[in-house]
Design a protein around this ligand. Structure first.
Ligand SMILES: Cc1ncc(COP(=O)(O)O)c(C=O)c1O
Length: 377
């Protein structure tokens, strides 16, 4: 029997339809999109069709999409690209204490290169207060980068409100939407952002592909120099196979949005109510379910070490402790720390995340296995 996979925030499997869409580009269509003969033009068309599908999902123009290698590269391009292109205006950047290392460490790099960074705090639910952002704004602030939804606790940030502040002060605004795209609505016009990061492997495309939305007219410098692909912003011969995959994944995310969201939420809620029924007061939820991604559950089981629990069940149910991107590390997660969750609760915290294919049978099995393991521990 296959283990029950409940770590969709770490990564997702490649969707069957996505895999099928990739196949012709693995086996047959090898033309370079920059070549002018037929098979080159066909590849170019495939790239542009994929760009349209990505754009349609987040409601922007296709020309505003740049393909990258994933969430990390999109964040690097957005933050460093804006910082380098706008340093004549100022060298101050605002981010949050709960952003992903792919944002925090980019800011730390810029800090070593003469930029000033403010990390705004969060409340007990992991939410950035727009007023804290406004307080941090200075005359030399050139960029605000706040994630759309958190990878560990699922907290959705008030992006629209922060965007209004950014606009009022003439500051560019980037959001890392690696965890939100495909799970909740991520419409760049409604959000009011200038730049938005997409990570393919979080929405059933393969690992190693992503995209960055760059609002038309945004001043940004490219990080790599080369031939002029991706309008010169991200040169290098296009990764057509995975670009086609991301396009298909975005098409599916749009087509099946309501169905997927309902399934993820129903399964996540079934899991939580199962825990509460069987374990009662031993179950403590981190964050606030009213402003949480529909698929994410960050939960502490009283007096149960999360690492022991995860390893005990690791052949049957796959979950993570802290953030999967840096698992193996015994440091308390910086996200839980920023939420002022005490050390004891943090060491008892597991992250469980459902996916669009998670079934009731899987959830019932997971509840059974996890609660039995907890009784044993
Ligand atoms: C919020 C967030 N941002 C960025 C990333 C990095 O994305 P990628 O793995 O595609 O580089 C992740 C991956 O865990 C993430 O959760």
């Amino acid at each position: 029997m296959k283990p029950v996979y409940l770590d969709y925030n770490a990564t997702t499997p490649i969707d069957e339809e996505v895999a099928n869409a990739m196949m012709p580009y693995i086996r047959e269509h090898y033309g370079n999109p920059s070549s002018s003969y037929l098979i080159g033009r066909q590849s170019k068309e495939a790239v542009e069709e994929a760009r349209e599908k990505v754009a349609a999902l987040i409601n922007c123009a296709p020309e505003e999409i740049v393909f990258t290698s994933g969430g990390t590269e999109s964040n690097n391009l957005a933050i460093k690209g804006v910082a380098f292109a706008n340093k004549d205006k100022g060298k101050h950047i605002i981010t949050s204490a709960v952003d992903h290392p792919a944002v925090i460490n980019v800011c730390a790099f810029l800090n070593n290169h003469g930029f000033d960074i403010t990390y705004v705090p969060v409340d007990k639910d992991g939410r950035v207060e727009p007023a804290s952002v406004e307080k941090a704004i200075r005359p030399d602030t050139i960029l605000i980068s706040i994630m759309h939804a958190n990878n560990e606790v699922g907290t959705i940030q008030p992006i629209e409100q922060i965007a209004l502040l950014a606009q009022k002060h003439g500051i560019l605004f980037h959001t890392d939407a690696s965890q939100s795209v495909g799970k909740i609505k991520a419409d760049v016009k409604e959000l009011g952002v200038d730049l938005l990061t997409i990570a393919g492997h979080k929405l059933y495309a393969p690992k190693g592909i992503g995209a960055l939305y760059i609002r038309q007219g945004t001043r940004i410098e490219n990080l790599m120099q080369g031939a002029g692909q991706e309008r010169g912003i991200r040169p290098g011969t296009e990764n057509i196979i995975e670009i086609v995959a991301l396009g298909k994944a975005c098409e599916l995310a749009k087509r099946d949005f309501d169905k997927n969201q309902l399934q993820m939420r129903t399964m996540r809620d079934l899991l939580l109510s199962g825990f509460q029924q069987k374990l009662g007061g031993k179950v403590k939820v981190n964050g606030n379910m009213a402003i949480c991604l529909p698929n994410t559950l960050s939960v502490a089981f009283d007096k149960v070490n999360a690492h022991e629990l995860a390893s005990q069940i690791s052949e049957d149910v796959l979950i993570s402790t802290g953030s999967a991107c840096h698992s193996g590390c015994t440091e308390i997660s910086s996200v839980l720390k920023a939420m002022h969750i005490n050390r004891e609760t943090a060491t008892e915290t597991v992250r469980i995340s459902t996916g669009k294919h998670t079934s009731k049978e899987e959830i019932l099995l997971a509840i059974d296995i996890i609660t039995k393991a907890i009784d044993k521990l």
